[in-house]
Every structure is written in C-alpha cells, then in structure tokens.
Design a protein around this ligand. Structure first.
Ligand code: SIN
Ligand code: FE2
Length: 219
C-alpha cells in the first residue's frame, strides 16, 4: 500500500503534544524544521559507519539496518547487547554526534521536562518496508535518570507504546516525519516497539523510515 506522507502533519485538530504518560510525551512535528539538517547528519554518519544488520544474541539478524554516532553507540552480537566506543565493523571510534542531533535532543528533552540532558550515544535505525521492531525496553543504559529522545524521519510508522510489563496491551501511536517522542522518569522502562513499516515514498527519505534514538548510556 502506498502511504501518503504527512497528510495530517499540519492539521490544526492534531494537538502539538500528546501525553503518553506522566513523563512521556509525543511532540508532533517538533523536528520538522530541522529534518533536512538531521538527515544530512544521518548521511554523513552512514558514510563513516556504514549501515549494517546486527546479529542478535540468538544469531538472527535484526530486521532494521543500523548505524550510530556519539562517544558510544549500541551494539548487538552473539555476546549480547551493550554500548561500545568503537564501531565493530570498522574498528574506528563512532562518528561524533552531529551538532544538529545534540541540539534537537536537548531541545526536545527540555520541552518534555528534562533539563540538562547530555546524550552520549545515538542509535540510528533505518526501516525498509515490512521492517518492524518487536516490543522491548531500553535497559542497556547505566543512567536511568536520563530520558530517551526518539526522532522519526521519513515514512510514517505505528509506534507501540506499552506499559511496565510485556503483558500490558500497547497503545498504537502513529508517528510522522518530524515527530519526537521523549520518555523518562517513571516512564523510562515502558515497553515499546514499531509495527511493520508500510511501503511508500517520502520526499525526504525515499523508501525508508529513519529513527534517531538519543540516550545517555553512561554516568
Ligand atoms: C527504538 O525503540 O529504539 C526505536 C523506536 C522507533 O524506531 O521509533
Ligand atoms: Fe527502544
């Protein structure tokens, strides 16, 4: 199915911010004005740290293609999940956080009530049509006081927003190009995931959805 991108992005009936919990919020269109700069950053990062499909501990490949940037980035392989200062594919340090990523993460965190957010890791996920991310918690970080800032670019996707346990039935939240979700505090360990992305063509990203997740992995 072809998905018309951002059909409702400017709909005044869509509130700009949607509360997803006491300390979780969807900031609609918050990154729209910076989207081009963010995507330039993604391309620059992917030139230094190429897209790859990392293995899970069980030996399967993640369905999303990933790269990363910052002092640390998230790594998955047969040994498990962790943060590393070097890209295992190239052996080089991860590319630096593009300034536009840092500025966006801090502005969104502040808007969501988290002052002084200093991310040290950015995972960049690329979703091809049909690609999904199963329900999980972000729990590989040492610093659980810092929020997660998640920026959606390109094709829309349905975000699954669950509870504190896997058993809670997740809410479905449509994420568009330029939307930012921030969760922290009491909502920091909420389960979340992404339904299979529908095929489409987005003016900014072509056939893909790109997601930036900025975290503070270490104290
Ligand atoms: C993630 O949970 O790491 C990414 C979420 C998303 O792609 O929206
Ligand atoms: Fe996550």
């Amino acid at each position: 199915m072809h998905t018309a991108p951002d059909l409702f992005a400017d709909d005044p009936a869509r509130p700009a911010a949607l509360s997803l919990g006491p300390q979780a919020v969807l900031l609609r269109g918050f990154a729209l004005a910076q989207a081009a700069a963010l995507l330039e950053g993604v391309h620059a990062v992917a030139q230094q740290a190429p897209w790859r499909r990392m293995a899970t501990p069980s030996g399967h490949a993640l369905s999303v293609a990933t790269t990363g940037c910052g002092p640390l980035s998230w790594v998955s392989d047969r040994r498990g999940y962790r943060y590393e200062a070097h890209d295992p594919l190239t052996g080089r340090p991860w590319p630096a956080l593009p300034p536009a990523f840092l500025a966006m993460a801090q502005a969104a965190a502040l808007q969501a009530g988290f002052a002084h957010f200093v991310p040290d890791a950015c995972l960049v996920n690329r979703y091809a049509p049909g690609t999904r991310l199963s329900l999980h918690q972000d729990r590989d970080e040492q610093d659980m006081d810092a929020p997660i800032v998640s920026v959606s670019l390109g094709l829309p996707a349905v975000f699954l927003w669950g509870g504190a346990t896997r058993a809670e039935r997740p809410e479905r939240v449509l994420l568009h190009h330029g939307d930012v979700v921030v969760w922290g505090g009491v909502d920091r360990l909420r389960f979340h995931g992404v339904l299979p992305v529908e095929a489409g063509e987005h003016p900014a990203t072509g056939p893909w959805r790109i997601n930036l997740t900025l975290r503070k992995a270490r104290y």
